[in-house]
Ligand binder design. Structure first.
Ligand code: PMP
Length: 316
């Protein structure tokens, strides 16, 4: 990305919008589309990791993200003409055209196109596609930790919405929960579902480590099928010899856990040191979470031959 560009911070020079490469300032949609997008817009958050050693930008688990994008489309009865391969080409071309040679974030967005005026009832309504990227330095090499509180807001339920889809409409509670925790002096909220079981953070999954077992809420509790979760469970089982247990748990188990953490593409891995005033875990340097993070970050820049399957090189 060109550092001399007059663009606002956090943008790239070129974006993809409906079949065309356009300058960032020309990535425009009609105002009418805004409401459609809020109700039915779906998106993905994808990271690309720059390896100085290999002089390569690795897009992390690109196929899995794009599959989830298409699945979100299906779950929300929207239609897209783009295959995973088409989308892969657009994402890598976007990074090349913007000459991205640093850690970056890529966000494809699909939303009902302007032509679909009856979008509330239109089954399989046609969609527009917008893809952009921006610089997003990774916390690689640093173990980040946060404080959290159980939110008074609930994670959306399977009966009210589609928690498995990554749609903007799902983030209304998350936004309120994030504001609530910030005002109360915590870094982030932990969201329970309507039955009082732990589900997620805001834009992040949650897991605990208890006596050599990595415990995660089942997706049916209201969690997004997280790509980071797939990586961490594979690393935990195959590299660290942990057992994996997907089951319901409440906040009280979190208070007593050996370790507790949020994870996700954007947040990466965040150890939760304090929840509702309870101190959790012990020394960071020797923890399971720090080992998981180390291997996760190494895998993202191509340091594990058997995990190269997770990476799509941009320039090779
Ligand atoms: N839950 C929600 C609601 C999210 O927005 C995210 C971020 N995409 C996650 C969990 C973590 O998912 P992933 O690991 O695929 O980024």
């Amino acid at each position: 990305m060109n550092s001399e560009s007059p663009l606002p911070e956090g943008t790239s020079e070129l974006v993809w919008l409906d079949g065309e490469w356009r300058p960032w300032s020309e990535g425009k949609i009609h105002v009418r589309t805004g409401a459609h997008m809020a109700v039915a817009g779906i998106f993905e958050g994808i990271r690309a990791y720059w390896s100085e050693e290999r002089r390569e930008l690795f897009v992390y688990r690109l196929s899995e993200h794009l599959l989830r994008l298409r699945e979100s489309c299906r779950l929300l009865l929207m239609r897209t003409e783009y295959s995973v391969d088409d989308l892969k080409e657009i994402v890598t071309e976007l990074l090349r055209r913007n000459n991205v040679r640093q850690d970056a974030y890529v966000r494809p967005v699909m939303f009902p196109s302007l032509t679909s005026s009856g979008f509330l009832s239109a089954i399989e309504c046609p969609t527009s596609l917008f893809v952009e990227c921006w610089p997003a330095p990774s916390a690689r090499g640093r173990m980040k930790s946060v404080s959290a509180c159980t939110s008074s807001w609930r994670r959306i339920s399977n009966l009210d919405m589609v928690p498995r889809a990554k749609t903007f409409a799902n983030y209304a509670q998350a936004r309120l929960a994030a504001i609530e925790s910030g005002v109360a002096g915590y870094d982030l909220p932990l969201l329970l579902n309507n039955d009082g079981y732990v589900t997620e953070g805001v834009g992040a999954g949650v897991a605990m480590v208890c006596s050599g077992t990595l415990v995660l809420p089942p997706l049916s509790a209201g969690a997004l099928p997280s790509i980071t979760r797939m990586s961490l469970t594979e690393i935990a089982a195959s590299r660290l010899g942990l057992r994996i247990d997907e089951r319901l748990f409440d906040r009280f188990e979190c208070y007593l856990a050996d370790e507790l953490f949020f994870f996700g593409t954007g947040w990466e891995i965040l150890a939760i040191r304090r929840l509702d005033g309870h101190h959790i875990g012990v020394d960071t340097s020797s923890s399971v979470v720090s080992e998981l993070s180390r291997i996760y970050y190494e895998s993202a820049v191509g340091e594990h031959a058997d995990l190269l399957k997770w990476l799509t090189p941009t320039y090779a």
